[in-house]
Design a protein around this ligand. Structure first.
Ligand code: AMP
Ligand code: MG
Length: 483
C-alpha cells in the first residue's frame, strides 16, 4: 500500500490528550480483507504483488512514511458511570488528506497495548474485526455516516477471551475519533485555555463554518446535536442498534463508530437488545434517541466553562440548545417514517397510519425490513403474515391516503426505494459468514454477503436467501464487547 499523504494535526493538540506509542509487531501477518474501492477514494495505491508492504502496514509491523502513531486519551460514561479510558487497543497512525480534500484518520484497531490499556491485552479477535468491517460497510452502503473499514490482517497470534481466537488488526478510516468522551477527558485534565484550544481544533476540523464565532462552543454543541439527531433517525430507519452508546463511543463528527455489540433488528420490537451485558436495556432500539440526548448533555457539561464564565448562565444556554433535541428528533423521525411508506411529508393522518402499522408489527413480531418491502410491493412479495386482514386493511388505508395527498403509486415507490433497504446484515447471516471465515478460513460467503449489503437498495423482484429472517426469530442472540 503506497501513496499515503499524511498530514497529522492531532499531535498539535495539548499533549495530555494523547501518548506516543507504536503498534506492537506481530509474528505472521496476512491480509484477509482489503477494500479496494475505499482505497481508491482515499487516493491510496494498492499493489497486490507488494505483499510484504501490505501485510506490514495493515498489521502494524511497518509504519508508513509520514505516520506519527499515537494513542488518544479520552474518558467516557459507560452505562452511566464515568471512567477514564483512552485507546487501549487502537493506535492512530495519523491523518491523510484525500484527493477531494477531506482529512481522515487512519487507525489500527487491535494493534497492541498502549498506556491506556489498563488490564487489556491491546488485541482484537479476527471474528470481531470481520464483524466491524461488514457492519460498517453495510452502514456506509445504506448512506449512513460511518467509520469505514480499509483492511483486516490476521496476526498469526492467538487472542485469549472466553475461548481462544485468532488475532487480527482492522484498519479503520474515520473523519476523526474525537468523541463526547474526549471532551469529558479534556474538561477533567486540561486548563480552561487548553480546553478552548482543543475545542477550536475540533471546530476547525469538523465545523469550520463556526470558526471565529462569538459563541463557538455553544454553536459547536448545537452542530453536534443536529448531526446526532440526523444519525439516530437513520439508525431507527434501518433498525440498527448500536448496543453500547457510551459517551466514548459517540463521535463529535456525527459518524457511527466503535462497532462492538451492535446488530440489526429482525422482528420489530422497540425493546430489542442484543448486547450480552445490557441487562437493563439501557441501549435498546427504542431508547437510542433518549440516550443520544443524555450523551449530548455530557458534552454540554464538558463545554460549560467555554459557554459562559458564570456557570448558571452557561447551564441555561446549554439547556436551551439541548432542549431543541426532542422537537428536532420528532420532526425528522416523523418525516423519515412517512418516507418509508411513500409520503414525502408527514401529517396527522400519516402519523396515525404509521402508529397503527408499528403497533401491528410489534404485536405480530413482523420483520421490520421486510414489512416495508411488502408495502412497497403492494402484495407482490408476500408471506403468510401479510395475508392478515388487519394488514390488508392497513394497505388499503394507505392507498387511499396516498390518493388523498395526490401521491401516485410510482412516486411513492420511488420514495420508498431510497428509504427501505432490501438487505441488512442479518445476525444469522453475519454469524454464518464469520463462522466460515474463522473456522474454515473461507471468505466466499462473507464476500457474497458483503456484496449484497454494500448495495442495500438494489431493487428485488423476489425474495432471496439474504432476506429471510432467522427461523423462529433471533432467540437469545447475544453480542459482546471487547472481543
Ligand atoms: P469499547 O467497549 O470497545 O468502546 O471499549 C471501551 C474501552 O476499553 C476503550 O478504552 C478500549 O480501548 C478498551 N479496550 C477494549 N478492549 C481492550 C483490549 N483488549 N485491550 C485493551 N483495551 C481494551
Ligand atoms: Mg469504544
Amino acid at each position: 500500500m503506497k501513496g499515503w499523504k499524511f498530514n497529522n494535526s492531532y499531535i498539535e493538540v495539548p499533549k495530555k490528550m494523547y501518548a506516543r506509542v507504536e503498534p506492537t509487531k506481530v509474528v505472521a501477518p496476512a491480509v484477509v480483507l482489503f477494500n479496494e474501492q475505499l482505497a481508491a477514494e482515499l487516493g491510496l495505491v494498492f499493489e497486490a504483488t507488494d505483499t510484504e508492504c501490505n501485510e506490514g502496514v495493515f498489521s502494524g509491523n511497518l509504519i508508513p512514511e509520514g505516520a506519527a502513531p499515537i494513542a488518544q486519551a479520552y474518558a467516557g460514561h459507560q452505562f452511566g458511570h464515568f471512567n477514564i479510558l483512552g485507546d487501549g487497543r487502537a493506535i492512530l497512525l495519523g491523518e491523510i488528506l484525500t484527493p477531494n480534500g477531506n482529512r481522515v484518520d487512519v487507525q489500527l484497531k487491535g494493534s497492541g497495548p498502549t498506556p491506556y490499556s489498563r488490564r487489556g491485552d491491546g488485541r482484537a479477535t479476527l471474528r470481531s474485526m470481520l464483524r466491524e468491517y461488514l457492519i460498517s460497510e453495510a452502514m456506509h452502503g445504506m448512506g449512513i455516516a460511518s467509520s469505514r473499514s480499509l483492511a483486516v490482517a490476521t496476526t498469526g497470534e492467538k487472542v485469549y477471551r472466553e475461548d481462544i481466537h485468532d488475532g487480527a488488526v482492522l484498519t479503520r478510516i474515520a473523519s476523526s475519533h474525537i468523541r463526547v468522551g474526549t471532551f469529558e477527558y479534556a474538561r477533567n485534565f486540561l486548563s480552561v485555555e487548553e480546553l478552548e484550544s482543543f475545542t477550536n481544533y475540533t471546530i476547525r476540523r469538523h465545523y469550520p463554518q463556526l470558526e471565529g464565532s462569538a459563541d463557538a462552543a455553544l454553536e459547536m454543541l448545537r452542530a453536534v446535536v443536529i448531526k446526532q439527531v440526523a444519525l439516530i433517525v437513520n439508525w431507527m430507519r434501518v433498525g440498527f442498534i448500536h448496543g453500547v452508546m457510551n459517551t466514548d463511543n459517540m463521535s463529535v463528527a456525527g459518524e457511527t463508530f466503535d462497532y462492538g455489540p451492535c446488530a440489526f433488528m429482525n422482528s420489530y420490537d422497540v425493546k430489542t437488545v442484543f448486547s450480552s451485558i445490557d441487562t437493563n436495556g439501557r441501549y435498546a432500539y427504542g431508547n437510542q434517541p433518549q440516550v443520544a440526548l443524555w450523551n449530548l448533555s455530557c458534552l454540554a457539561s464538558a463545554l460549560l466553562p467555554l459557554i459562559h464564565l458564570d456557570e448558571a448562565i452557561a447551564i441555561k444556554k446549554a439547556e436551551e440548545v439541548l432542549n431543541e433535541f426532542p422537537a428536532m428528533y420528532q420532526q425528522q423521525y416523523a418525516t423519515m417514517m412517512a418516507n418509508k411508506i411513500g409520503f414525502s411529508v408527514s401529517n396527522e393522518e400519516v402519523v396515525k397510519l404509521i402508529k397503527a402499522l408499528l403497533e401491528w408489527m410489534q404485536e405480530q413480531k413482523a420483520d421490520y425490513t421486510n414489512t416495508f418491502l411488502v408495502i412497497q410491493w403492494e402484495g407482490k412479495l408476500t408471506q403468510p403474515i401479510y395475508a392478515q386482514e388487519v394488514f390488508i386493511d392497513w394497505l388499503n388505508k394507505r392507498k387511499n391516503l396516498l390518493a388523498k395527498n395526490g401521491i401516485t403509486a410510482e412516486a411513492a415507490t420511488r420514495m420508498m426505494q431510497q428509504q427501505n433497504p432490501s438487505y441488512i446484515p442479518r445476525n444469522h447471516l453475519v454469524e454464518q459468514a464469520l463462522d466460515a471465515a474463522c473456522f474454515r478460513n473461507s471468505y466466499e460467503y462473507f464476500n457474497r454477503l458483503l456484496k449484497k449489503i454494500a448495495q442495500p437498495y438494489t431493487v428485488i423482484n423476489e425474495w432471496n436467501e439474504f432476506q429471510q429472517p432467522p427461523e423462529g426469530g433471533d432467540g437469545y442472540y447475544a453480542t459482546y464487547c471487547g472481543t
